[in-house]
Write a protein that binds this ligand. Structure first.
Ligand SMILES: Cc1cc2nc3c(=O)[nH]c(=O)nc-3n(C[C@H](O)[C@H](O)[C@H](O)COP(=O)(O)OP(=O)(O)OC[C@H]3O[C@@H](n4cnc5c(N)ncnc54)[C@H](O)[C@@H]3O)c2cc1C
Length: 382
C-alpha cells in the first residue's frame, strides 16, 4: 500500500505568543515558511527542495539544510507530533509545551525514523522572530584550515546572527559556471576555496551591515580570507547563494557521480580533507572531487565525479571501492556516514555494517515494539 499525504495540507494554527505552528504532515515546507513570514515569524528549516517536500517527509528524514548552524536540524524545531501507528492507534503527542519532562521523549523516535515506526500526520513546530535584515558574504580562502579559523572568528564576533556557513572548492565554482546558465563569479580570479556566510537579524539592515563590515575587515586583516564580496541588495544576495546552491545541479549535468553526505567533528575537517586528498590520488588518477557543504555544522558533501573519459557506469563499478575508502576515513575521524540524507535503501548495507552493535540492537527492539509485523517501509533503514 502506498500513501500520499498531499491532502493532509492544513495549517491548524499559528500562535505568535507561544511562537508555535501546528501543521498537517502533507503541507509543503515552503508554504509553511511563507505562512510564518506573513505573521512576522520564521520557520527556519530551509533547503533547496522546500517548494516540493512535505513537512512530514522533512521530519521523517530529520532534514538539515542551510540554517542548522543557528537553529539546528528538523528535530530541534519540533515540539510535538501526531502519528498513526502500524496497528491503527493514534499517538496524540501534538503538544506545544517547551518543557515536558514526563519520561521518554517519544516524539523524537518518529523524527529520522524514515517512516519505519508510523505515519506522521501532524506536527507542532517552533517559530522564531522573522529576520528582516539579511546579509551574505562570499569570502575566498586559501584552504579548509583558513575556513575553520574564519568560522571561529566570525562566530565570536557575530554570535547568534551567523545563520549559514557554507564551504565549496574552486573546482565546484568551475563546474557551476560550466554547467549552469546565468550564474556569476564575483571575483576576477579563481581561488582554492570559498566560504558563503549569511548573517541575519531582526535589526535594521544598516546595523547589520556595519557589523559585517567590521567582521570582514578583521578577517581580511588577519589573513583568514584573501578576498570578500558583501551583498548590497537582495538580488546580489540571491546571486551569491546561486553559486553554492547550483553545485548539485551542475554535478548532475556533468553525469553520474559518487555522493557522500558525511559529517566530521568540525575541528577535524581540514585534516580529514588532507587525508582524503592523499588517498584519492593514490587510488586512481583523474577522479574529480567536488567538495561542498554546510561546513559550520560539520557536514560535507564529499562528492566524487568519474575521471574525464571514464565510462558512465564508473560510479557503480570501479568507483564503489572509493565509497568504502571515504566512509572508512569518515569513521576514522569520528564522523557519521550520513549527516542529513538518512539511510533509505542506498546506505543500508554501510549502515548495518558500521553502526555500533548495541545501538543497532536497541533500534531493532524499538522497531519491534512499534511495528511487530514489520509493515512500515519494509527494506528501508533496518
Ligand atoms: C533538491 C534537493 C535538495 C535537498 N537539500 C537537502 C538539504 O540541504 N538538507 C537535507 O537534510 N535534505 C535535503 N534534501 C533531502 C530532503 O531532506 C528530503 O527530500 C525531504 O526532507 C524529504 O521530504 P519529502 O516530502 O520529499 O519526503 P519523501 O521523499 O516523500 O519521503 C522521505 C522518507 O520519509 C518517509 N515519509 C514521508 N512522509 C512521511 C510521514 N508523513 N510519516 C512518516 N514517514 C514519512 C517516506 O516513506 C520516505 O522514507 C534535498 C532534496 C532535494 C531533492
Amino acid at each position: 500500500m502506498v500513501l500520499s499525504l498531499d491532502r493532509l495540507n492544513k495549517i491548524r494554527s499559528i500562535d505568535t505568543v507561544a511562537n508555535t505552528m501546528v501543521a498537517e504532515a502533507g503541507c509543503i515546507l515552503g508554504n509553511l515558511r511563507r505562512a510564518a513570514e506573513e505573521k512576522h515569524r520564521l520557520l527556519p528549516l530551509s533547503l533547496a527542495a522546500e517548494d516540493s517536500c512535505q513537512i512530514g517527509g522533512n521530519l521523517a528524514t530529520n532534514a538539515g539544510g542551510v540554517n542548522v548552524v543557528r537553529y539546528g536540524m528538523a528535530r530541534e524545531l519540533v515540539l510535538g507530533i501526531e502519528a498513526v501507528l502500524p496497528n491503527g492507534e493514534i499517538y496524540h503527542g501534538l503538544r506545544t509545551l517547551r518543557k515536558d519532562n514526563t519520561g521518554y521523549d517519544l516524539k523524537q523516535l518518529f523524527i529520522g525514523s524514515e517512516g519505519t515506526l508510523g505515519v506522521i500526520t501532524a506536527a507542532a513546530l517552533r517559530l522564531y522572530a522573522r529576520n528582516d535584515a539579511r546579509c551574505v558574504v562570499l569570502a575566498a580562502v586559501e584552504d579548509p584550515a583558513s575556513a575553520l579559523k574564519l568560522f571561529e572568528f566570525l562566530f565570536g564576533v557575530c554570535g547568534g546572527r551567523l545563520q549559514a556557513f557554507e564551504y565549496f572548492t574552486g573546482a565546484c565554482v568551475d563546474l557551476v559556471l560550466e554547467q549552469v546558465d546565468g550564474v556569476q563569479d564575483p571575483f576576477p580570479q579563481r581561488y582554492p576555496g570559498y566560504v558563503l556566510v549569511e548573517l541575519a537579524d531582526t535589526v535594521d539592515i544598516e546595523a547589520l551591515n556595519s557589523q559585517v563590515e567590521v567582521a570582514i575587515g578583521g578577517s581580511l586583516e588577519q589573513g583568514l580570507c584573501v578576498d570578500a564580496v558583501v551583498s548590497t541588495s537582495l538580488a546580489q544576495l540571491q546571486s551569491l547563494w546561486r553559486l553554492r546552491e547550483e553545485i548539485s545541479e551542475a554535478q548532475r549535468a556533468d553525469g553520474p557521480h559518487l555522493k557522500h553526505d558525511v559529517s566530521i567533528p568540525i575541528e577535524r575537517i581540514p585534516d580529514f580533507m588532507l587525508a582524503m586528498e592523499t588517498k584519492l590520488h593514490k587510488m586512481e588518477a583523474g577522479v574529480r572531487p567536488y567538495i561542498f557543504g554546510h561546513f559550520g555544522d560539520g557536514n560535507l558533501h564529499y562528492n566524487v565525479s568519474r575521471p574525464v573519459g571514464a565510462d558512465k557506469s564508473w560510479s557503480t563499478t570501479a568507483g564503489k571501492a572509493l565509497t568504502t575508502e571515504v566512509l572508512n576515513e569518515v569513521l576514522r575521524f569520528g564522523g557519521s556516514i550520513s549527516a542529513e540524507h538518512g539511510i533509505g535503501q542506498l546506505k543500508r548495507e554501510d549502515f548495518l555494517e558500521t553502526k555500533d552493535p548495541l545501538e543497532l540492537r536497541l533500534m531493532l527492539e524499538i522497531k519491534k515494539v512499534f511495528d511487530p509485523a514489520s509493515i512500515m517501509n519494509p527494506g528501508k533503514l533496518l
